[in-house]
Design a protein. Structure first.
Length: 123
């Protein structure tokens, strides 16, 4: 069993993995696309979507989410799967961002002294 402190971290990592899996599905849909433009947009967008939950910073992650989903959905709006994939990615990424904003701060590393204490005073 996991402790209550570890639960938000584990759920956040699972959400990140699920968003990345949706990015991998988008890459596969891009590889199977008929036109070259949709193929390129699907592959690049899928890679951006797969990287979105792992980058540092909320703005960068959400930017990659937009780059990863919006162009592909705009080009393949007549299908059912690509808008559904985008909606799922937005929901899961929202949960990832919410978990990050409510996560407990990481305690400082106590094995090393702070930089100002490690200097030797010259006499």
């Amino acid at each position: 069993m996991t402790s209550n402190r570890a639960t938000p971290m584990l759920s956040s990592r699972w959400m990140c993995a699920l968003v990345s899996l949706l990015g991998a599905f988008e890459v596969l849909m891009g590889l199977g696309a008929g036109s070259a433009l949709v193929r390129v947009v699907g592959i690049v967008g899928g890679l951006a979507l797969a990287a979105a939950p792992w980058v540092a910073g909320r703005v960068r992650g959400l930017t990659l989410l937009v780059v990863g989903t919006v162009p592909f959905v705009a080009l393949t709006f007549t299908s059912l799967v690509s808008p559904l994939l985008a909606v799922l990615a937005w929901i899961l990424m929202g949960l990832v961002v919410h978990d990050r904003s409510h996560a407990a701060p990481v305690p400082p590393d106590i094995t090393r002294p702070p930089a100002h204490e490690s200097r030797v005073a010259s006499t």
